[in-house]
Write a protein that binds this ligand. Structure first.
Ligand SMILES: Cc1ncc(C[n+]2csc(CCOP(=O)(O)OP(=O)(O)O)c2C)c(N)n1
Ligand SMILES: [Mg+2]
Length: 432
C-alpha cells in the first residue's frame, strides 16, 4: 500500500493546537474531547496509532528534534534518520534562512527596502524540511513571507536581496519586492500579497503536470507542486475550492499550512471553526496530517511521504505544520499582542538549535564543522547585501513593462501624443 511506509508518521493525531498550553489572551473556543480516529478519505488511509512512536506528541518545553530519532532508534544498531550530508544540508539551509532574514531586518531599518517586509524567523524547519526534497522541476508557491522559500528552492541570496532592494539584479528585476519573489528558472511561482492567492496558482501548476503527463503523454513528467500558506489563510475561499479541485482531479500537490498560530494579531483559535486544520483534508477526500513544524526531521519525514505520494499520481495531501514566528507579523509590527510567555515557550524550541543539538549528539558532525557553516553563510549574506547595494536601480521606463494594463490607457495629452510616451510620465511614481 502506497502509504504504508509512512504508517508511523501519519498515524496518531494530536490534540487540538496548544490546548495543553492555551495561547495569549485565549481560552480555546472549542476543545474537542479526543483526537479524531479518522485519517484520510479511504479505509486504506486509516492508519492505526503506534503506541511507542507518537510523532505528534507535544513537548511542552525544550527541543524535540531528536525525539523522533530516539524513539525510532533501538539502543544499538539501527541507522539514523539522516546521513551526515543530509544533516549538514538541512542545517545550512536553515541557517541561511535565519541569517538572511536577520540581515533583512537590519537593511529595512536602514531604509534599504520599501513597503512591507515579512520575516520567516522560527519557521525554517518547514521550508527546509519540504523544499530540500524537491527536484528543480518541482514548483513552489509561497505567500508574502516568501524570501526563505525562494532561498530553499535555490534562488541565489544575491537575487533575493537585490529584489528586496528594488534593484535590476533582483529575481524580478526589482519590480516585485519582498512579497513577490519569482524565478522561472527555479520554479518559484511567486510570493503573493493577497492571502490565498497563491493556492489557485499552485493548483494550476499541479494541473499542468498532470495534463503534461496524461494528455500530452510525456509520461516522465512527475513534477510536484508545494503550496505554502498560513493558518489564517485556511479560512479563505480559495483554500476550500482548491482542495476540492485537487482531490477531484488527483493533482500532484501538497498543501502545506504553516500554522504559526496567528494571523497578524488574530489568534487561530478565535477565528476558525475547527482549529485542527489537518481535519479539513479528509473532508475533501485527501489525507490530512499534523506535524511538529519546529522539528525539521519530523517535517521531512512527513514531507517525503506526501511528495512521493503526489509523484506516484496518488493525489494531494494536506499537511499542517505547527510552527511559530519569532518576530512580529511584519517589520512594521511592534509585536505587542502576543504573550511573552508564549514567545518564550516557542523560542525554547528553536528549530535550528534543536537540529544543531541533534547533529552533535548523534556525532554526525562536530561543533567546529557547524561553525564553519555559520561563517560561510554569514559571508553569503554579506556578499548578497554588497551585491544588492552596488547594483543599479531599474530605469524609469521599466515601470511600464510587464504590466497588464496598456499604458496607452492613460490617454492622449494636450500635445496629441500618448501621455505614457512623455519621458516625464513616470516621474514621482517610484524611487528611481
Ligand atoms: C485577501 C486578503 N485579505 C486580507 C489581507 C490582510 N492580511 C495580510 S496578512 C494576513 C494574515 C494572514 O495570516 P496567516 O495566513 O496565518 O499567515 P502568516 O502571516 O501567519 O504567515 C491578513 C489577513 C490580505 N493580505 N489579503
Ligand atoms: Mg499565521
Amino acid at each position: 500500500m502506497a502509504f504504508s511506509t509512512a504508517t508511523a508518521y501519519f498515524a496518531p493525531q494530536p490534540f487540538p493546537l496548544n490546548t495543553a498550553s492555551p495561547r495569549s489572551h485565549d481560552n480555546p473556543l472549542i476543545t474537542p474531547a479526543s483526537a479524531s480516529p479518522f485519517f484520510g478519505s479511504t479505509p486504506k488511509l486509516r492508519l492505526s496509532p503506534s503506541p511507542k512512536f507518537n510523532l505528534h506528541r507535544r513537548s511542552g518545553s525544550g527541543v524535540s528534534v531528536s525525539q523522533v530519532v530516539k524513539e525510532k532508534k533501538p539502543k544499538s544498531t539501527r541507522s539514523l534518520l539522516i546521513t551526515k550530508d543530509e544533516g549538514l544540508e538541512l542545517y545550512e539551509d536553515m541557517v541561511l534562512g535565519r541569517a538572511f532574514e536577520d540581515m533583512c531586518a537590519q537593511m529595512y531599518y536602514r531604509g534599504k527596502m520599501f513597503g512591507f517586509v515579512h520575516l520567516y524567523n522560527g519557521q525554517e524547519a518547514v521550508s527546509t524540511g519540504f523544499i530540500k526534497l524537491l527536484k528543480q522541476q518541482d514548483s513552489v508557491v509561497s505567500t508574502y513571507r516568501d524570501h526563505v522559500h525562494a532561498l530553499s528552492k535555490g534562488v541565489p541570496a544575491r537575487a533575493v536581496m537585490s529584489e528586496l532592494f528594488g534593484k535590476t539584479t533582483g529575481c524580478c528585476r526589482g519590480q516585485g519586492g519582498s512579497m513577490h519573489m519569482f524565478s522561472r528558472e527555479h520554479n518559484v511561482l511567486g510570493g503573493f500579497a493577497f492571502i490565498g492567492e497563491g493556492i489557485p496558482v499552485a493548483t494550476g501548476a499541479a494541473f499542468t503536470s498532470k495534463y503534461t503527463r496524461e494528455v500530452l503523454k510525456e509520461v516522465d513528467c512527475d513534477h510536484v507542486t508545494l503550496a505554502f500558506f498560513g493558518d489564517g489563510t485556511c479560512n479563505n475561499g480559495q483554500f476550500f475550492e482548491c482542495l476540492n479541485m485537487a482531490a477531484l482531479w488527483k493533482l500532484p500537490i501538497v498543501f502545506v499550512v504553516e500554522n504559526n498560530l496567528w494571523a497578524i494579531g488574530m489568534s487561530h483559535l478565535r477565528s476558525t471553526s475547527d482549529p485542527q486544520i489537518y481535519n479539513k483534508g479528509p473532508a475533501f477526500g485527501m489525507p490530512g496530517i499534523h506535524v511538529d513544524g519546529m522539528d525539521v526531521l519530523k517535517v521531512r519525514e512527513v514531507a517525503k511521504e506526501a511528495i512521493a505520494r503526489a509523484r506516484r499520481g496518488e493525489g494531494p495531501t494536506l499537511v499542517e505544520c505547527e510552527t511559530y514566528r519569532f518576530r512580529g507579523h511584519s517589520l512594521a509590527d511592534p509585536d505587542e499582542l502576543r504573550d511573552p510567555a508564549e514567545k518564550e515557550r516557542y523560542a525554547a524550541r528553536d528549530p535550528i538549535k534543536a537540529l544543531k543539538k541533534y547533529i552533535i549528539e548523534s556525532n554526525l558532525a562536530s561543533e567546529a564543522e557547524l561553525k564553519a557553516i555559520d561563517k560561510k553563510i554569514d559571508e553569503v549574506v554579506e556578499d548578497a547585501v554588497e551585491f544588492a547595494d552596488e547594483s543599479p536601480v531599474p530605469p524609469r521606463s521599466q515601470l511600464l513593462e510587464n504590466v497588464f494594463a496598456d499604458p496607452k490607457g492613460f490617454g492622449i495629452g494636450p500635445d496629441g501624443r500618448y501621455r505614457c510616451a512623455d519621458p516625464k510620465f513616470t516621474e514621482g511614481t517610484a524611487h528611481v
